[in-house]
Design a binder for this molecule. Structure first.
Ligand SMILES: [Zn+2]
Length: 70
């Protein structure tokens, strides 16, 4: 519950059990709000539509993948 409040301030926290690799970056979801996250050089941040690339592979199990349209 505390995490959800942090989410409102943009301090998302990765759910390490759901991390996967799309062949370009590590991807995951927030533990508090399930928002899709992506890891770049500075750490985890929310996935942005502009991050989309044809090089990125879909989640190996699409049914479990977090929705990219939040
Ligand atoms: Zn969050």
């Amino acid at each position: 519950m505390v995490q959800v409040i942090k989410c409102l301030f943009g301090q998302h926290r990765i759910n390490r059990r759901r991390v996967w690799n799309d062949s370009v970056s590590m991807r995951g979801a927030c533990r508090g709000c399930s928002k899709p996250l992506i890891r770049d050089l500075n750490g985890w941040r929310p996935f942005d539509p502009s991050d989309h690339s044809d090089k990125r592979l879909p989640h190996p199990n699409v049914d479990l993948a977090p929705r990219t349209t939040a």
